[in-house]
Design a protein around this ligand. Structure first.
Ligand code: DC
Length: 235
C-alpha cells in the first residue's frame, strides 16, 4: 500500500481528532494533533507570563519549547508532552488555555515554529494530521484532504458533555460562546485562516452517527490508497 498524507481540517469540536485517531489505528498511520501543539505553546506562554504582543519575548519562549507525543502503554491513548512533562489533561481542561489558544495561534512566529515541525513529522508520509491549516498550508499536496463540519449547537453540546464527564463545572452557554469566539478568530486571522482547501472533501457530521462517518471516510481513503484497509475496528 502506497503511504499517503491525510489532512483533516475543520472547526473546533467537530470530532476531527476522534476520527483521525480511529483512522490511524486502522491504517497503522502516525497521528499528529496540531491543536494540541498550539495548546502546548499557549500553556507555556501562560505559565511564563509571555506578553503575546512582544515578539522578542515570543521568540525567546519558543526557543525553550519542545513538544512531543507518546502513546500511553496502558490506555493506548496518545498524550502530549511539553519539555518532557505530560500536559495532556491540562491542555484539555484548563479554561485559560481554551481562552487564549486562538490568540496565540494567530501569532505568525508561533505558526512558523509549529508548521516547520509538522512538516517534518510528515516527511515519510503514512500520517494523519488534524488542525485548521493542514490541507491549505502544512501539506498543500496531501493526497486526501477532509474538511469536517457540524452545526455549532451540536458541537457545543458534544464538548459540554465531554467536559461534564470530566467533572469540569461549566455551562452549555459558556462552551458555545467559547467555541463561537474561537471559530471566528480561527477563520478571520490574517495568517493561515481556517478555510476549506479547494480540493478538500467536506463531511458534515451533524446528522450522521459515528459509524456512518467512519464508513464514509474509509471509502474515501480506500479510493486514494487503492486497497481496502484489512480491518475495521469500531470502538
Ligand atoms: O483543535 P483544537 O481545538 O485543539 O485547537 C486549538 C486551537 O488551536 C484552535 O482554536 C485553533 C488553533 N489551531 C490552529 O490555529 N491551527 C491548527 N493547525 C490547529 C489548531
Amino acid at each position: 500500500m502506497k503511504p499517503i498524507i491525510i489532512a483533516i481540517d475543520g472547526y473546533s469540536s467537530c470530532g476531527k481528532s476522534t476520527i483521525a485517531k480511529e483512522l490511524s489505528k486502522i491504517l497503522l498511520y502516525k497521528y499528529v494533533d496540531t491543536g494540541a501543539m498550539y495548546r502546548a505553546v499557549t500553556l507555556f506562554f501562560i505559565q511564563n507570563n509571555v506578553d503575546f504582543k512582544n515578539i522578542d519575548e515570543i521568540n525567546s519562549a519558543l526557543s525553550k519549547i519542545n513538544i512531543s507525543f507518546k502513546i500511553d502503554e496502558q490506555s493506548q491513548i496518545q498524550e502530549t508532552f511539553l519539555n518532557n512533562e505530560n500536559i495532556e489533561e491540562e491542555i484539555r481542561v484548563n479554561p485559560r488555555v481554551a481562552g487564549f489558544v486562538s490568540d496565540v495561534s494567530s501569532i505568525s512566529e508561533v505558526r512558523r515554529f509549529l508548521v516547520k515541525q509538522q512538516q517534518q513529522f510528515g516527511i515519510e508520509k503514512a500520517i494523519i494530521m488534524d488542525g485548521r491549516d493542514i490541507g491549505t498550508v502544512v501539506f498543500p499536496d496531501a493526497e486526501l484532504k477532509l474538511f469536517i463540519t457540524a452545526e455549532p449547537n451540536i458541537r457545543a453540546q458534544r464538548r459540554y458533555d465531554e467536559l461534564k464527564s470530566k467533572g469540569k463545572g461549566t455551562t452549555f452557554e459558556e462552551v458555545l460562546a467559547n467555541l463561537t469566539k474561537r471559530d471566528y478568530i480561527d477563520s478571520h486571522r490574517d495568517d493561515s485562516p481556517l478555510m476549506k482547501a479547494n480540493d478538500a472533501i467536506e463531511v458534515d457530521n451533524s446528522n450522521i452517527n459515528h459509524h456512518e462517518q467512519l464508513e464514509l471516510i474509509l471509502k474515501l481513503v480506500n479510493e486514494k490508497i487503492g486497497s481496502k484497509p484489512n480491518k475495521i475496528i469500531y470502538s
